[in-house]
Design a protein around this ligand. Structure first.
Ligand SMILES: Nc1ncnc2c1ncn2[C@@H]1O[C@@H]2COP(=O)(O)O[C@H]2[C@H]1O
Length: 427
């Protein structure tokens, strides 16, 4: 027991004590002629001989515990039973659990009777939930003098039973919460599967085509994430692709992401210009966006015959072009985050993918991935690693994932990370 903050006074029947006890103990009868013997109003001493109780308690101490003070610590030895006179104590079985999980101990109830009874270590952390006063009953006195008085053993059983019922209710509530959590976890697993099934999965994405080589991967930081990618043919010679990153994480980001994927798909089938696509998607997302979520997007249309690629972006990191000359960041045409301001104009840029060239889209989870000192992976590492690559789209993605993972020292990444590589195979 920590002694520092605790004030000790001998137990005496002061007028204040009488008032405090009669206020604190449920069922006490203020104003009756029993007021002259306040201690016997405590449930533990109900119907016991007051004279003998008071004689036994004569040398006991009253401890004043400021709120937050521990009285008993799990694992320690204990040689006393504590009777709560006023205030509130809490018993916490798992000391890492929040104080709200404490089982309350109310005035008139005891703590410490288990270890003081069987000599085993203290079984729970008991601390003052408010300023409290407890009567310390040394083990010998409690078991040899008090508990042998007629009625006290039965009273103790009933006091402990009341506390145990309260404890059972707390445990029941915790079990129900646990069940609800498990149910939510199952729902989250289904949500994750549904979210994954929304995006194309094959590797490469178009194994039947010899004129395009596309691969993409998402690594989500949470069970369900907000990153997205897509790639599909809007006609036999035009490939649409996009990479996006929704603000935030978890279920809200996943729902918003599903909305973005749907909107982009529908829009891409009708609008073949990336800047118009972003404008239309932005206007749709702004409508009724009360939760103020947004998405960054990079998208483009590739003419698979000529290699002409038109792209546009809104708040998204610039794509990388890998060709004979090395790897470089492509310029970002004008654009803004989608879902924030209506009627924003987007511009497009053009580049030609020659056979053997690769375009890489990614989310900032890649460049912002920290190492153990917090240093980000950054654009220079991205360009250096990409420049060394000589192979297909899927192996570029695997190489970059390995490089980021090594940079992070194998620790889980704090943000979702998405990569999409689009290559025109060499002739
Ligand atoms: N589940 C519980 N609910 C309420 N009080 C408890 C619970 N478990 C232990 N205690 C009390 O916390 C005390 C810690 O010290 P003891 O093990 O001596 O005796 C214990 C009881 O008085």
């Amino acid at each position: 027991m920590s002694s520092d903050p605790i004030r000790r006074t001998p137990f005496q029947r002061s007028a204040t004590d009488r008032r405090a006890r009669s206020d604190a103990v449920p069922g006490c009868r203020r104003g009756s002629d029993r007021r002259s013997r306040p201690i016997t109003w405590l449930a533990l001493f109900r119907d016991a001989d007051p004279e003998r109780v008071e004689n036994a308690l004569a040398g006991c101490e009253v401890l004043a515990l400021p709120a937050g003070t521990p009285l008993l610590r799990p694992g320690e030895a204990n040689d006393a039973v504590y009777l709560l006179l006023s205030g509130r104590l809490g018993a916490v079985l798992d000391s890492r659990a929040p104080a709200t999980s404490a089982v309350e101990v109310l005035p008139g109830e005891t703590v410490g009777e288990m270890s003081a009874g069987d000599g085993q270590p203290v079984s729970a952390l008991v601390l003052a939930l408010s300023d409290a006063r407890v009567l310390r009953l040394p083990r010998e006195l409690f078991w040899q003098q008090l508990s042998t008085l007629p009625g006290i053993a039965r009273n103790l059983l009933s006091v402990v039973s009341v506390r145990m019922r309260r404890s059972n209710e707390v445990m029941l509530r915790a079990q129900r919460r646990q069940l609800e959590l498990e149910y939510l976890q199952q729902e989250l697993d289904v949500a994750r599967q549904l979210q994954a099934s929304m995006l194309p999965h094959r590797e490469p994405l178009f194994p039947e085509r010899s004129d395009i080589d596309v691969a993409a991967r998402i690594a989500s930081a949470s069970a369900v994430g907000g990153d997205l990618y897509d790639a599909f043919l809007v006609d036999p010679h035009t490939l649409f692709f996009c990479v996006g990153d929704v603000s935030g994480h978890g279920i809200p980001a996943a729902l918003f992401m599903a909305r973005v994927v749907g909107l982009v798909r529908i829009t891409a089938m009708g609008v073949r210009a990336p800047e118009l696509l972003l404008r239309q998607v932005n206007d749709q997302l702004c409508e009724g966006n009360e939760v103020n979520m947004f998405v960054t997007l990079l998208c483009g249309f590739l003419d698979t015959v000529s290699g002409r690629l038109r792209y546009a972006a809104g708040g998204h990191p610039p794509p990388v072009l890998l060709n004979d000359e090395g790897a470089r960041l492509l310029p970002l045409p004008r654009g803004a985050l989608l879902g924030v301001f209506e009627q924003v104009a987007f511009e497009a840029a053009e580049v030609t993918l020659h056979p053997g060239d690769t375009l890489l889209g990614y989310t900032d989870g890649l460049t912002e991935a920290p190492d153990t000192d917090g240093e980000e992976f950054g654009e220079s590492r991205l360009l250096a690693r990409t420049a060394r690559h000589d192979g297909d789209a899927a192996t570029l993605i695997a190489a970059l994932r390995d490089a980021v993972s090594a940079h992070a020292g194998g620790r889980p990444l704090p943000d979702d990370l998405t990569l999409l590589a689009l290559r025109r195979p060499p002739r």
